[in-house]
Ligand binder design. Structure first.
Ligand code: SF4
Ligand code: MG
Length: 330
């Protein structure tokens, strides 16, 4: 860490100012929109935001002369988020070195979706967190599909979910048969990275505090944020926070951080709720029969043994248990 990190101890300490405000056209109840708001609240006004193509580009930028951003923002090509982050951070460093800009701390935050960071822009993200620029933060807002183009499956779509690419039918009843890619663990495996964490929209201070830690870590950092999407998950628009909470309480979304080479769980559901409480609220899992839900529950239980082991030892491991009949290219 480059200095003492100012963490929020209560919601009363969170500043009222917003830097992601009105003027956007996301769906009602959009989880990524709330994530943007929380991240920018924590980062403050001395911030530049970049974003590759995705829902949060289309919904925030296609209106003439309106913008929800109260800080500078620019769009990058879908695979270009990683490189644009490095370039922007490098430009600020060069301008300050040449005396063309007063030395000050400027946050460069690149928001990418699962298409922009887990799939198409994965290589650029890997490069981005390999460069030692302070206050350069990559945030993956994960709505678990290509929501912007009609809910196609991505590599972070969970096993069992229906998407337009993985419909549940008479022959393939499960929906998506691939397992969700763990992008945060892959990023933590990069030697130069200072801070990696996972988050969602609950607990309320978890994401803002992890943003503060990331920006103060003194080097490249990455946060993977699970963000419910009413359109793609077939859920009512008022459930984004409730679904985030249930994802954590059922253990399907694990909150952790990797700091100075040490892994730590930041929330332990106790007792962990059965995964059905999370799955049954979402239309994308409505086709799953009770035995398929049990497969997910059993996998979650087994994987938590490994998460606990990682917390005990502080070392990275791979919690990965295939469901019965899993084949790599299903
Ligand atoms: Fe948000 Fe999903 Fe709508 Fe995209 S499709 S704007 S992520 S709710
Ligand atoms: Mg997406």
């Amino acid at each position: 860490m480059s200095g003492e990190v100012r963490l929020f101890r209560s919601v009363k300490e969170v500043p009222p100012e917003d830097y992601y405000t009105s003027g956007r056209r996301t769906c009602a109840g959009c989880g990524p929109a709330l994530a943007y708001r929380l991240v920018l609240k924590a980062a403050g006004p001395n911030t530049v935001v970049l974003g590759p193509t995705g829902c949060m580009y289309v919904a925030n930028a296609h209106q003439f002369l309106t913008s929800p951003y109260a800080v500078p923002w620019f769009h990058t090509q879908l695979g270009g988020g990683g490189a644009a982050g490095i370039g922007t951070a490098a430009a600020f460093r060069a301008l300050m070195r040449k005396g063309k800009r007063r030395p000050e701390e400027v946050n460069v935050i690149v928001f990418g979706g699962d298409g922009g960071f887990a799939d198409i822009g994965f290589a650029g993200l890997s490069m981005g967190i390999s460069y030692d620029y302070p206050r350069l933060l990559y945030v993956l807002y994960d709505n678990e599909s290509y929501a912007n183009t009609g809910i196609q499956a991505s590599s972070t779509t969970p096993w069992g979910a229906t998407t337009t690419f993985t419909p549940s039918g008479k022959v393939k009843k499960i929906g998506n048969e691939r397992l969700k890619k763990n992008v945060a663990l892959a990023m933590a495996a990069h030697p130069g990275v200072r801070y990696v964490a996972t988050a969602t929209l609950w607990p309320p201070l978890d994401l803002p505090n992890k943003v503060r830690k990331a920006l103060e870590s003194g080097g490249p950092s990455f946060i993977h944020v699970l963000t419910p999407c009413p359109k793609g998950w077939f859920t009512p628009p008022d459930l984004a926070v409730e679904l985030s909470k249930l994802a954590v309480e059922t253990g399907l979304w694990v909150l952790w951080e990797y700091e100075n080479g040490r892994f730590k769980l930041t929330y332990r559901p106790s007792p962990r709720k059965h995964v059905k409480h999370y799955l049954q609220l979402q239309g994308r899992f409505a086709h799953l029969t009770a035995d398929k839900v049990e497969i997910i529950e059993e996998r979650t239980k087994k994987e938590w043994e490994i998460w606990e082991e990682m917390d005990r030892t502080g070392k990275l491991m791979i919690p990965w248990t295939p469901p019965p009949g899993y084949t790599e290219n299903a």
